[in-house]
Design a protein around this ligand. Structure first.
Ligand code: ADP
Ligand code: ASP
Ligand code: MG
Length: 420
């Protein structure tokens, strides 16, 4: 079997941990598998590098920012490769340009276009363990790019997918500081329950909604190529969580699988836009042209030919999106444009929701009972998200986790009720 193992920042956070990671990689190899390691920067390093740039200027050049922040991963690859070699095994560190992880040129949020796995496969055939820098790419012109925060997860899955041309039996293991995917961030809800299994669709929605345990794009890729993804702890030997195709059992088991939250949200509201599709399209085109992703959109019903539109973007994109909105407002003679950085999002996710009514009303009732005001709502077949005040986010996660009885203790008592 070929196992791609990705080790996150805390797992390579110091020399002792790096030795521990090398031991795990070697044990996997010794058990008869081929192993490719993908590593993140040591814990805190990417933040440290970003802070350096922002100390210098409030508006760093993004090409240079990527050159800077990609260095953290290079350090980890060398240290992990050295540690493996010192255990008597063959390993080589590899950076983006050495294995041609080709991306587009969207600095700080580049997307992988292709990876040439020929060289990797040849190394594996020689019994060598490649230790690859996560998070980094290279564009067609040879510029260094990075894949967005948490991007090493995506590197790992993309590497696994690229090796499918050469190998059959491939899995991808993501080693992190928690021992799996939980019903909510265990740092917010200490009583959250670890899931043994979760479907790609649910994991994708959790990740898109802010559960940073996996970068959303890594889940999308794993789903596309049907690569089994395991989230595990590098500090324990516990089973972890398997992310896989949905089963009938998963659909029937629970209605709500988990709660996610995201404080990285900002809201812009434009008041009194002419209710003309061509005008509204012009606004969203200008925002898309600036490479800004919009999350939620709401529109009020038209009064005297005018409507109000609200939308959300990530906090780092707020400044630019607000400027574009203000220009648009001026040009079209709008009443007002409002911006709010003090918002966050809370989401309830589960594939069982497809066949169960009433989840939304339970969600809104529970939030209202706790005095949490919902500002915007969006729904998909398996998710309901609400924009609320940023300072209410943690409380909302706890309230909803309780409302849907997701905790370990609650589920145990539910099971014994069913048995009795
Ligand atoms: P790494 O550095 O290993 O990539 P991350 O910090 O990116 O680790 O992701 C792990 C963190 O994700 C956990 O420490 C936890 O706080 C957070 N997290 C958020 N939601 C969940 C969830 N549903 N299950 C597990 N962890 C979660
Ligand atoms: N080091 C990068 C980050 O902190 C990528 C990663 O860890 O996945 O976002
Ligand atoms: Mg991560």
């Amino acid at each position: 079997m070929l196992i791609v193992q990705k080790y996150g920042g805390t797992s390579v956070g110091d020399i002792e941990r790096i030795k521990n990671v090398a031991k795990r990689i070697v044990e996997t190899k010794r058990a008869g598998n081929d192993v490719v390691a993908v590593v993140s920067a040591m814990a805190g390093e990417t933040d440290r590098l970003i802070n350096l740039a922002y100390k210098l200027t409030p508006d760093p050049d993004l090409r240079e920012l990527d050159v800077l922040i990609s260095t953290g991963e290079q350090v980890s690859t060398a240290l992990v490769a050295m540690a493996i070699i010192s255990l008597g095994y063959k390993a080589v560190s590899l950076q983006n340009h050495q294995i041609k992880i080709v991306t587009d040129s969207s600095f700080t949020k580049a997307r992988i276009r292709k990876i040439d796995a020929y060289k990797l496969n040849a190394l594996l055939d020689q019994g060598i363990i490649p230790v690859i820098a996560g998070f980094q790419g290279i564009d067609e012109e040879g510029n260094i790019t990075t894949l967005g925060r948490g991007g090493s997860d995506t590197t790992a899955v993309a590497i696994a997918a690229s090796l499918m041309d050469y190998r059959n039996d491939i899995i991808c293991e993501i080693y992190t500081d928690v021992d799996g995917v939980y019903t909510a961030d265990p740092n917010i809800v200490p009583d959250a329950k670890k899931l043994d299994e979760i479907s790609y669709e649910e994991m994708l929605e959790l990740a898109v909604s802010g559960a940073k345990v996996l970068q959303a794009r890594s889940v999308g890729l794993a789903m596309k190529y049907n690569i089994p993804l395991y989230v595990k702890s590098s500090f324990t030997d516990s089973e972890g969580t398997l992310i896989t195709k949905e089963t009938q059992k998963m659909i029937e088991e629970v209605v709500v699988r988990g709660i996610a939250s995201d404080k990285n949200q900002a809201k812009i509201t434009l008041l009194g836009i002419p209710d003309d599709p061509m005008v509204i399209i012009e606004l969203f085109k200008a925002i898309a042209d600036a490479n800004i992703v919009i999350d939620m959109i709401t529109q009020t019903s038209s009064v005297e030919g005018l409507t109000d539109i609200g939308f959300t973007v990530s906090k780092p994109d707020f400044k630019k999106a607000f400027e574009i909105s203000k220009d648009f407002a001026k040009k079209n003679g709008l009443r007002n444009v409002e911006g709010d950085l003090n918002v966050g999002k809370v989401s309830v996710i589960g594939i069982g929701m497809v066949s169960h009514a009433g989840i939304a009303s339970r969600m809104f009732t529970a939030l209202a009972r706790s005095g949490i005001k919902v500002q915007m709502i969006s729904t998909s077949e398996i998710k309901i998200s609400c924009i609320i005040k940023e300072s209410d986010v943690e409380k909302a996660v706890k309230v909803l986790h309780e409302e849907f009885k997701l905790s370990e203790t609650e589920q145990r008592s539910q099971r014994s009720k069913i048995k009795n």
